[in-house]
Design a protein around this ligand. Structure first.
Ligand SMILES: O=P(O)(O)OC[C@@H](O)[C@@H](O)c1c[nH]c2ccccc12
Length: 266
């Protein structure tokens, strides 16, 4: 049984409980938030989705003391384009309350980062104030992926469709996903390779698709590497959660987006 299988088994239990609890979904939040499918295509510097991540199965504790609202405000001040909030409790020590608290603290787009397998979780994320949800292709059947993608879109949410190999990328392309996240970390083995990004990004032909490189990004040269393979944005957790000087760390990662400026970027 891989870690992903374990997480999904746990989610199935959570969803059963959620369905009993959520007779009425809490009122959806009313803030109107920019859509990253648009905003990430109009910036001159690398878009950073900065993640609130207390712990992970691969790293253990990362930053257990974090105050999500304060961290989100710092990320915003540093120029983050969106905030990612890991809400899984069992494996990542997050919660939906983290999304609520971050929503109060900022008007930036919020990605609710969880293992979505049912529409009830999407209702919950929306009610908490998320504007983007994550759909991990490896965790869903093609039918479920399609159903949840359609449901989230109808709810006015954006979807970050996450892939890690060629088969999954084919599914994301078939779905015509507006935002595709290429996870450099294999969720089954935890191995990280930034080359995953370029290999899979080359399969995307629609110039409108926003491409996000996820996981394992630590340095400016990592960002240059994925930028040169077509990344519009990067999703960064650990490096930002553990930065001694957050402003400096952000500056290192915020390189110009056009390749023409590559020389200046170095
Ligand atoms: O902390 P990192 O290596 O910067 O990674 C962030 C993010 O990409 C990672 O948390 C992530 C990407 N996809 C996921 C799916 C589930 C849980 C976590 C993730």
């Amino acid at each position: 049984m891989t870690i992903l299988d374990k997480i999904i088994a746990e989610k199935e239990k959570e969803v059963r409980t959620l369905k009993l609890e959520t007779n009425k979904a809490a009122p959806a939040h009313q803030k109107s938030v920019v859509r990253i499918a648009d905003s990430f295509r109009s910036t001159e510097t690398m878009n950073i989705i900065a993640e609130i991540k207390r712990a992970s199965p691969s790293k253990g504790s990362i930053n257990l003391e974090v105050n999500p609202a304060e961290q989100a405000k710092k990320y915003e001040a540093c120029g983050a384009g969106a905030i990612s909030v890991l809400t899984d409790k069992t494996f990542f020590k997050g919660s939906m309350d983290d999304v609520r608290n971050v929503r109060e603290a900022t008007d930036l787009p919020i990605l609710c980062k969880d293992f979505f397998i049912d529409t009830v979780q999407i209702d919950q994320a929306k009610a908490a104030g998320a504007s983007i949800i994550l759909l991990i292709v490896a965790a869903l059947t093609p039918e479920k992926l399609k159903e949840l993608h359609q449901y989230a879109t109808e709810q006015g949410l954006e979807v970050l469709c996450e892939v890690h190999n060629e088969d999954e990328m084919k599914q994301a392309v078939t779905l015509d996903a507006a935002i595709i996240g290429i996870n450099n970390r294999d969720l089954k083995t935890f191995n990280v390779s930034l080359d995953t990004f370029g290999r899979l990004a080359s399969m995307v032909t629609n110039p409108e698709t926003v491409l996000i490189s996820e996981s394992g990004i630590k340095t400016r040269s990592d960002v240059l590497h994925v930028r040169n393979s077509g990344a519009h944005g990067i999703l960064v957790g650990e490096t930002l959660m553990q930065a001694e000087d957050l402003t400096e760390q952000f500056q290192a990662l915020q390189i110009p987006l056009s390749k023409g400026d590559a020389a200046n970027a170095r």
